[in-house]
Design a protein around this ligand. Structure first.
Ligand code: MN3
Length: 221
């Protein structure tokens, strides 16, 4: 579980020798997140919705490769949209499911705790801002705690769908899904009740690992 919690294996080579994206298995039983998220909700969200983005991503990538080789450029806009939408959905759902653990660390430590205090004032202030960002997303989208690789600071983003209103170079560390499929079965339309409960089962040790890896990856010379 510790190995899985930062980022699971992403691809295998397909029959054509090209990378094929994989749906990561849940790192826990579907009922492990109760009572915050029911087993039925987790099963539908992972096995149908997340799988749909993985399938859509593999289809977009192979369609683009085929169209490129055939010099068929008429659908470049639609295929580019499909690639961005499904890639965003796959990345964010991978982060989402692997960051949740009711028995995980309840507060950040080390570099993550220091950066949160520096950039947001305190852990409580960050949680307040992140919650407001998640609850306030118009329609379907996400709130994301991200690493700004140019400014070398933590930022909170709101993302529409999976791929709109992104900042290039801002790498997601913690992702809060506020599409209705993420909570409606358990919370109906009460997104403001779902978000704080979800934040209560985030494993902050996992977020700290992601920050360490991301900071090292984006180290400036
Ligand atoms: Mn979702």
């Amino acid at each position: 579980m510790a190995e899985f919690s930062c980022m699971p294996q992403a691809v295998e080579l397909g029959a054509d020798g090209r990378p094929k994206f994989l749906l990561p298995p849940l790192p826990y039983a579907t009922n492990a997140l109760e009572p915050v998220l029911s087993a039925k909700l987790v099963e539908i969200h992972h096995d149908r919705h997340h799988k749909g983005y993985v399938d859509g991503l593999n289809k977009a990538v192979s369609s683009i490769a085929a169209a490129c080789k055939a010099k068929e450029t008429a659908n470049v806009r639609a295929l580019s949209d499909a690639l961005a939408f499904n890639y965003g959905g796959h990345v964010l759902h991978t982060l989402y499911f692997s960051q949740l653990n009711p028995n995980g660390a309840k507060a950040p430590e080390g570099d993550l705790a220091e950066m949160i205090d520096r950039d947001f004032g305190s852990f409580d202030l960050l949680k307040g801002w992140l919650t407001a960002a998640a609850v306030g997303v118009q329609g379907s989208g996400w709130a994301v705690l991200a690493w700004d690789s140019l400014g070398r600071q933590l930022v909170v983003l709101q993302t529409e769908q999976h791929d709109k209103v992104l900042g290039w170079g801002m790498l997601p560390l913690l992702a809060i899904d506020v599409w209705e499929h993420a909570y409606y079965l358990d919370y109906e339309n009460k997104r403001a009740e779902y978000v704080p409960k979800l934040l209560g089962i985030v494993d902050w040790a996992t977020i700290g690992q992601r920050l360490s890896v991301t900071m090292a990856m984006t180290m400036t010379q």
